[in-house]
Design a binder for this molecule. Structure first.
Ligand code: ATP
Length: 288
C-alpha cells in the first residue's frame, strides 16, 4: 500500500496539504474540480515533485530512503506527455525499457506485448509525429507499463481515446488491478464506475473524501429523483431543487434532480451514479 503522511506542497497561492491517506491495491479514482490539485498529487506520488514536508511510503520505501527502488516500481502518465517525435513506437518502448534497466530479451518481449495491448502493431514503425493524438496517447500509456510497475498513476488517461480504446484500457486495468495500485485522475466518473474500487476527492488542495465506491454513492444527504414536467413549471421548480440534468426526450422535458423528499408527483427515486454523488457532495460542502 501507499501511505501519505502529513505532506505539503506549495506553489505561489496554491497549497496541497494531506495529513493522512492510504491507497490500496485496485483502481482508485481521483476526482475534483479544475485546479483542485489532482495532477499535483499524482506528480508528488510519481516522485516528479517533492513535498516540502512529510513523506510518502511505498510498501515501506520512501523517496528519501530509496528513490531509485521507488521509481523503478512506478508507471506514470501525466497529461500532455511529450514523446520523442522522431522515434517510432517500437524504438521508443525499447529505448525506455533500457532506461528502466530491463534485460534486452525482456525489453523486446514487453515492447511487443504492450504494442499489442494498446493496438499499436500496425503503426509500430511509423514516426510518432505522424500518429494521431489517440495513438500518441495509447503510446504514452503503453510506456507506463514497461517493467510491470506496482504503482500506476494516470492523469486523464481516457483523453483522446475512442470508445473501443477506452473499453480496452478499462479491461486491461481491471485485469492488472488485483496486484497493482492504480490511481487515476478523471472528470469522467461514470466511465470508471464499473471497475473502480475507491474514490479520493480533492478540493482546493485538501482531501475531502476517501473511501469505497459504495460509500461514495450511497452515504449521501440527498436522493436522486427523475420525472417529466411541463416546460412552464420548470423555472419555478429549478429555483427550489438541485437540478442535475434537464433535457428533452421527444417532446417531454425530463428532469433529474437531488432532493431529500419527492420533489413533485410522478417523480421516482433512482440509484445515484458516481457523478450524481459528486454533484450532491459538492453542493452539500458549499452549503456547510
Ligand atoms: N508547475 C506548476 N506551475 C504553476 N502552477 C502550478 C504548477 N503545478 C501546479 N500548479 C498550480 O496548482 C494548482 C493545482 O493544479 P492541478 O493541475 O494539480 O489541478 P487539477 O485538479 O489537476 O486540475 P485540472 O482538473 O484542471 O487538471 C493550480 O492552481 C495550478 O495553477
Amino acid at each position: 500500500m501507499i501511505k501519505i503522511n502529513d505532506i505539503q506542497w506549495k506553489y505561489k497561492k496554491f497549497s496541497l496539504t494531506i495529513e493522512e491517506l492510504t491507497i490500496q491495491h485496485g483502481i482508485n479514482i481521483l476526482v475534483g474540480h479544475n485546479g483542485s490539485g489532482k495532477s499535483t498529487l499524482l506528480s508528488l506520488l510519481a516522485t516528479a515533485k517533492r513535498p516540502s514536508q512529510g513523506e510518502i511510503s511505498y510498501h515501506g520505501d520512501t523517496m528519501n530512503s530509496n528513490l531509485l527502488a521507488v521509481r523503478s516500481k512506478i508507471g506514470y502518465v501525466p497529461t500532455g506527455l511529450e514523446l520523442y517525435q522522431d522515434f517510432t513506437p517500437v524504438k521508443l518502448l525499447l529505448y525506455l525499457s533500457q532506461l528502466k534497466g530491463l534485460p534486452k530479451k525482456l525489453s523486446i518481449h514487453q515492447t511487443e506485448e504492450l504494442l499489442s495491448i494498446f493496438h499499436l502493431r500496425d503503426v509500430q514503425k511509423t514516426k510518432i509525429k505522424r500518429l494521431s493524438q489517440g495513438m500518441q496517447q495509447r503510446l504514452a500509456l503503453a510506456q507506463a507499463f514497461l517493467g510491470k510497475p506496482t504503482y500506476i498513476f494516470l492523469d486523464e488517461p481516457l483523453n483522446y481515446l475512442d470508445i473501443h480504446e477506452r473499453k480496452s484500457l478499462l479491461n486491461f486495468l481491471s485485469k492488472i488491478a488485483p496486484h497493482t495500485i492504480i490511481l487515476v485522475a478523471t472528470h469522467e466518473l461514470n466511465e470508471w464506475e464499473a471497475i473502480c474500487n475507491s474514490v479520493i476527492w480533492m478540493n482546493e488542495g485538501t482531501l475531502q473524501y476517501e473511501g469505497t465506491k459504495t460509500m461514495w454513492k450511497h452515504e449521501l444527504p440527498l436522493t436522486i429523483w427523475t420525472g417529466e414536467m411541463e416546460d412552464s413549471l420548470y423555472e419555478n421548480f429549478s429555483k427550489k431543487h438541485l437540478i442535475v440534468y434537464a433535457g428533452r426526450i421527444k417532446d417531454k422535458l425530463v428532469v433529474r434532480c437531488a432532493n431529500s423528499l419527492k420533489p413533485a408527483p410522478g417523480f421516482k427515486a433512482v440509484a445515484p451514479t458516481m457523478e450524481d454523488a459528486f454533484f450532491i457532495r459538492k453542493h452539500s460542502q458549499q452549503r456547510s
